[in-house]
Design a protein around this ligand. Sequence first.
Ligand SMILES: [Zn+2]
Ligand SMILES: [Zn+2]
Length: 250
Amino acid sequence: MTNNPNGLKLTVIGCSGTYSSPDSACSAYLVQTDSTSVLLDAGPGSSIELQRHIELENLDAIVVSHEHPDHWTELPSLYHAYRWGLEDSQIPVYGTAGTRTLLDSACESATNGTFDWTTIDAASTLVIGDMSFSFTLTDHPVETLAIRVESGGASVAYSADTGPGWTPASFGMPIDVLVYETTLPISYEDREIPHVSGREAGIRAEGADVGKLVLTHIPPGHDASERMVASSAEFSGPIELAEPGRTFMP
Ligand SMILES: [Zn+2]
Ligand SMILES: [Zn+2]
């Protein structure tokens, strides 16, 4: 068990790949310590499950990985909550330049007051409360940031969306819990879709210093057990499936 003095943990808010399922919103993960709470991605539908775990006024920041709709389009809904429900509270929101452009087109004043917006890229580092954030560029058609969060020496990371050209070793640091997308069944690997299979995720996690693997971003109707079998053939550590409400700790 990793030394985790600040109580770092990651709770799955939404994990459905590409579009929402009857059982899960799209990508959203609540990362918390005893004193700080940050939402990674705000996929469609995610504010429902989010509010089962935290009051919106207690959220310290939102960090968005990239501009694809399944990762940020709950932001206009959250904008309404912070603008009208919470009287324009200035929550810090971090994301790529492309995400800001799309968000501004959806609700023009979101990044001009209610959201305290900062554009980030792969070279950015952030300190939010007792968490330190670093980023690497993934293998995806738009600028997409994998996110690593460290607090008190414990760490969690999120691959966001990526093809096989990205590896968690690109952070150059160990990762205690890695939430890794496994959008594709093995049979889709040769279709040049910019995502990875369970097999490919397992190979890359095994080649990095990863403690536990959490598989996510599996599209509705796909067989999650295929991803588990494919990953476990390659990765020697523990593997879990992301499900809304499940919490993982280093
Ligand atoms: Zn996605
Ligand atoms: Zn994407």
